[in-house]
Design a protein around this ligand. Structure first.
Ligand code: AMP
Length: 340
């Protein structure tokens, strides 16, 4: 595989870059890879971007690779993009920037492969993500009900040691002893913020600071997002990325009216009567009926969807197409988080 780096940066130290890229390739299993550095003008980069698609952000580079799946391995990296992404991750040197980018790109290039070699490489990358997670990360999963957030979080935590904080589970626990909350939930509306904030903060407080966190179903409004920022700060943490799994309303209704979940751990169960994870029973959730689903979707559009542009402005948003198969969504998420 060869990597062509197009850069408009004049002060680029060619030798260092070439050395760093070769080292990064070896690290991820491409022992005989060629690295060719092509220095071009800013104008040329603009032309290239125009020819393929406009690339201004690091996540655009990744989605370009996902879309085109360039199996021959010709990848165009705009150096300024690399710098931006590296800054976001607190990295500076050329070596680190390339390592970061190649890590994500190599993973995505291997997207469709199922050979033993590829499996090994995927494992190596997952280990790498694990290593990175030693610095605890904090992720939010955002998406309409039924977008598959829960399933994807389950898959992610199979290789990323992280604690999941699910506001839906917290609310279901509270609803057992509170009629008001039970009624709100049954209608598909949002429960009072304050109750939830206290519960969420005390749950975070019980988790070791070195453990990563994944928020499922929280925040669901701008006010909750603002409060979460404060809660994280008070607990010595900061938000890293927001994964937004998008899906249209008809697909939401279709999925939810036919889904079953575990009565013990809440994980979705497909085509089985017993939960493969904890042995609980498969059941239909009380709020998975068409009327409540439509209300939940309305609430999502009115209160939660604004979070998409809120986090986009903060450059924290990663958008994933939830209509793909479970495995495809998981691969996309793994790819973007590898370089996040
Ligand atoms: P979920 O399992 O995430 O679909 O949540 C089930 C129900 O719990 C929702 O329909 C709401 O009534 C309530 N709920 C969950 N998370 C929140 C939240 N962040 N804010 C307010 N209500 C919530």
């Amino acid at each position: 595989m060869s990597l062509e780096i197009f850069s408009g940066h004049h002060q680029l130290d060619e030798q260092r870059i070439q050395k760093a890229a070769t080292a990064a390739f070896c690290k991820y299993g491409y022992i005989n890879s060629q690295v060719e550095l092509i220095i071009v003008s800013q104008k040329k980069i603009k032309e290239l971007n125009f020819k393929y698609r406009k690339i201004d952000k690091a996540t655009d580079v990744l989605s370009f690779v996902i879309e085109k799946k360039p199996l021959i391995g010709q990848v165009i990296i705009c150096y300024t993009t690399a710098v931006k992404q590296a800054r976001l991750s607190g990295k500076e040197t050329n070596e680190e920037i390339l390592d970061l980018l190649i890590h994500g790109l190599v993973h995505l290039i291997g997207y469709d492969h199922k050979t033993l070699e590829e499996e090994k490489r995927m494992k190596a990358i997952e280990n790498c993500i694990k290593q990175r997670s030693k610095m605890a990360k904090n992720f939010i999963f955002l998406g309409p009900p039924g977008s598959g957030k829960g399933t994807q979080i389950g898959k992610l935590t199979e290789y990323l040691e992280a604690k999941v904080i699910s506001s839906g589970d917290i609310v279901r626990g509270l609803a057992e002893r509170n009629l008001g909350i039970r009624e709100t939930m049954k209608k598909g509306e949002l429960v009072d913020d304050k109750v939830l904030f206290t519960e969420i903060e005390s749950e975070i407080g019980r988790i070791n600071i070195e453990t990563s966190l994944v928020f499922d179903g929280f925040p669901r409004s701008i006010s909750q997002a603002k409060e979460l920022k404060k809660i994280l700060e008070r607990n010595g943490r900061k938000l890293d990325s927001v994964v937004y799994v998008y899906l249209d309303e008809d697909e939401v209704v279709k999925r939810l009216t036919t889904r079953k979940v575990c009565n013990k751990c809440g994980q979705p169960i497909f085509e089985l009567e017993v939960c493969p994870k904890c042995g609980g029973e498969a059941m239909i959730r009380q709020d998975d009926n068409e009327k409540t689903i439509r209300t939940r979707m309305k609430v999502f559009l009115a209160q939660t969807k604004p979070l998409v542009s809120y986090y986009k402005k903060m450059d924290a948003l990663i958008e994933i197409d939830g209509k793909q198969s479970i495995e495809e969504v998981a691969t996309d998420i793994r790819g973007v988080l590898a370089s996040a």
